[in-house]
Design a protein around this ligand. Structure first.
Ligand SMILES: Cc1cc2nc3c(=O)[nH]c(=O)nc-3n(C[C@H](O)[C@H](O)[C@H](O)COP(=O)(O)OP(=O)(O)OC[C@H]3O[C@@H](n4cnc5c(N)ncnc54)[C@H](O)[C@@H]3O)c2cc1C
Length: 491
C-alpha cells in the first residue's frame, strides 16, 4: 500500500474540516478523498517513490483557487498543482500528501488567439493535441512547437518546465516562448506578468504579446515546478506554418562525430529542428522489441526538418544542408544522407507520425517504467559525454537510448539518455544506472530539467552556495509556509 510521508499536515485543522471547506469551494462533484480517485495521482512512470494525496479537487475558475490558497496557507496544507502528470520527473507526486489541484479536467480552454502578434492565451489544462487541432482548423497559417510528449500532455506544463520541442533548434527553450502569465500567489493575490500587466482587474486579451522590458518576474514561476504559486493563464508564442515542410535523414557511423555534426548542423540556420537519436532508440521507435546494435551498424541517426515558403527557398536551404554534410564527408566523416520517406516505408509507416507531432511514441511507454536524464548541456562537450554515457549503458547491459539536439542554432544543446524499464523487476538496477549517468553528466556541466528531488539533492552539492541561498530566500518569500508542491528541489 502507498503511504504518505510521516508528517501530520492536519495539525491546525482536521481532515474532516478540510473536506468540508473543499466541498464548499469546489462543489461536491469536484472534490474526492476516495482512494480509488486518489491513487492515479500517487505515482508516475519514473523511479520516484509513490505517495498518496489526501484530496483531489477539480477547479473551474480562479476565484475558487484564490479561496483555496488562502485557506491552505492559513492552515499549512500542501497544494500540488497537476495537469496531466507527464513530466517524467515525479514532480506531481504529493510527497507530503495534501491536495492535488487537477487543472486538466476543467481549466482547459483556449482563451484567445492573436493572429497578428502570433500568440495563444491558454488555461493550464490545454493539451498539445487540442491546440494543434484548434490551429489547424481555424488558423492554418500558424503553428506551435511540439514535443515527443503524448498529445494529451499540456502546453503550459511543458512551457513552464522549459521543454524542448520541434522548433527548438531555431527558437530554443519553450520557457523563452512564454509571453505572459496570470498567477495566484500565496496570499491569494492575482498577478499578471508581462505586457498584460496594464489594467486593474482584467487584461485586454490582445495585450499578452511580450514579457520585456519591465523587470522580468516570469522567472519566479518558470522551472519552479509549481513551488511558487498557481498559474491560471499563460500566453505562448505561435509561429508561421510554412507550406513546405520536409524531413531529411542522416546515418552517422561513428559516435565521436556527433558533437561536431550537432553543433555545425545547428549553425547552418537552415533547419527548424534536428534530432539525433542512437540507433537503438530509432529501432525502438520502429517498434523493434528489445532493440540491439550489431557490429558495423551506424551508431546514430539524425532527422532534420526544413521548412520554406517556396520551392526555391527550400532548394537553397537543402543545398546548404547537403553542402555541410559533403564537407564533413570529404574530411572523412562516415555520414550518409538517406531518404526519410523510403526509410519509413522500409521500416515502419508509423514513423510518419513523428514527422507531424504531437504523437504518441507507443513503444516508449509500453513498459511500466520510463525515466531519463534530460538535460541542457554544453555543446562543446557532447562527444565526450556520449562516449562516457555509452560506456555506462554497456556496463549495465541496457540499450543506449540517446537523444540530442542543438538549441537556438547551437548556443547550447539537449543531451538526453532515456531508459524504459520494468518497474516491478528492474527498478533498483535502473536507478543505479541513472545515478551513474547523473554523476557523470553533472560533472560535465549538464543541467537536468524536470528534476526529481533525489537529483536536485545531488546537484546541490555542486551548485554555487550563493545561488542556493538566493533560491532559498526567494522560495521563503514566495511561500513562507511551504505549501506549494513541498519537497521539490528539497524544499
Ligand atoms: C513519452 C514522453 C515524451 C516526452 N517528450 C518530451 C519532449 O520531447 N520534450 C519535452 O520538453 N518534454 C517531453 N516530455 C515531457 C512533457 O512534455 C512535459 O513535461 C509535459 O508537457 C508537462 O505537462 P503535464 O501536463 O504532464 O504537466 P504536469 O506533469 O501535470 O505538471 C508539470 C509541472 O508543473 C506544475 N504545474 C502544473 N500546473 C500548474 C499550475 N497551474 N501552476 C503552477 N504549476 C503548475 C506541476 O506541479 C509540475 O511540477 C515527454 C513526456 C513523455 C511522457
Amino acid at each position: 500500500m502507498i503511504i504518505t510521508k510521516e508528517t501530520n499536515i492536519f495539525e491546525k485543522v482536521s481532515k474532516e474540516e478540510v473536506h468540508k471547506k473543499l466541498v464548499e469551494i469546489f462543489g461536491k462533484e469536484n472534490v474526492s478523498n476516495r482512494s480509488v480517485d486518489l491513487y492515479p495521482y500517487s505515482y508516475d512512470m519514473t523511479e520516484c517513490p509513490p505517495s498518496m494525496p489526501d484530496f483531489v479537487v477539480i477547479p473551474e475558475n480562479k476565484e475558487q483557487l484564490v479561496e483555496l490558497v488562502k485557506f491552505c496557507n492559513q492552515n499549512v496544507i500542501p497544494i500540488v498543482p497537476y495537469i496531466s502528470g507527464n513530466n517524467v520527473g515525479g514532480l506531481t507526486i504529493p510527497e507530503r500528501g495534501g491536495i492535488i489541484v487537477d487543472f486538466g479536467k476543467k481549466m482547459n480552454k483556449i482563451l484567445h488567439i492573436n493572429e497578428n502578434m502570433m500568440y495563444a492565451l491558454l488555461e493550464p489544462g490545454v493539451t498539445f493535441g487540442q491546440l494543434k487541432k484548434h490551429l489547424d482548423d481555424n488558423y492554418p497559417q500558424l503553428r506551435y512547437s511540439y514535443p515527443f510528449a503524448p498529445p494529451y500532455a499540456s502546453v503550459v506544463g511543458n512551457a513552464i518546465l522549459s521543454g524542448m520541442n520541434n522548433l527548438s533548434c531555431k527558437i530554443g527553450s519553450m520557457g523563452d516562448s512564454i509571453n505572459g502569465l496570470e498567477v495566484i500567489t500565496v496570499d491569494g493575490e492575482i498577478a499578471r506578468i508581462g505586457s498584460c500587466f496594464y489594467g486593474k482587474d482584467e487584461a485586454d486579451p490582445d495585450s499578452w504579446w511580450c514579457r520585456y522590458p519591465m523587470p522580468d518576474l516570469m522567472g519566479l514561476f518558470i522551472n519552479w515546478q509549481g513551488m511558487t504559486g498557481l498559474i491560471t493563464k499563460c500566453a505562448v508564442q505561435l509561429w508561421p506554418k510554412k507550406p513546405i515542410q520536409k524531413i531529411e535523414a542522416l546515418a552517422i557511423f561513428d559516435l565521436e562525430d556527433i558533437g561536431e555534426l550537432c553543433r555545425e548542423m545547428g549553425r547552418t540556420e537552415v533547419v527548424d529542428d534536428i534530432a539525433f537519436g542512437s540507433t537503438e532508440l530509432i529501432k525502438m521507435c520502429c517498434e523493434i522489441p528489445e532493440p540491439k546494435i550489431f557490429p558495423e551498424e551506424s551508431r546514430m541517426m539524425a532527422t532534420s526538418v526544413i521548412t520554406a515558403h517556396t520551392e526555391n527557398e527550400y532548394k537553397a536551404k537543402k543545398e546548404i544542408y547537403l553542402n555541410t554534410i559533403e564537407k564533413f564527408r570529404e574530411e572523412g566523416m562516415r555520414i550518409y544522407p538517406m531518404d526519410f520517406g523510403e526509410f519509413v516505408e522500409l521500416f515502419n509507416l508509423r514513423l510518419r507520425c513523428y514527422a507531424d507531432l504531437p504523437s504518441m511514441v507507443l513503444s516508449l511507454v509500453e513498459y511500466s517504467g520510463l525515466t531519463w536524464f534530460g538535460s541542457y548541456a554544453p555543446s562543446h562537450k557532447i562527444e565526450e559525454l556520449a562516449k562516457k554515457v555509452d560506456e555506462i549503458f554497456k556496463k549495465y547491459n541496457v540499450p543506449l537510448f540517446l537523444n540530442m539536439k542543438p538549441m537556438k542554432y547551437s548556443h547550447y544543446c539537449i543531451f538526453r539518455p532515456i531508459i524504459r524499464f520494468n518497474k516491478f523487476k528492474d527498478e533498483e538496477r535502473i536507478h543505479k544506472l541513472l545515478n551513474e549517468i547523473v554523476d557523470t553528466c553533472v560533472d560535465f556541466g549538464c543541467i537536468p530539467y524536470k528534476t526529481p528531488a533525489w537529483m536536485t539533492e545531488k546537484m546541490r552539492e555542486k551548485i554555487n552556495p550563493g545561488w542556493l541561498k538566493l533560491f532559498e530566500k526567494i522560495k521563503k518569500c514566495m511561500d513562507p509556509n511551504g505549501i506549494f508542491n513541498p519537497g521539490r528541489w528539497n524544499t
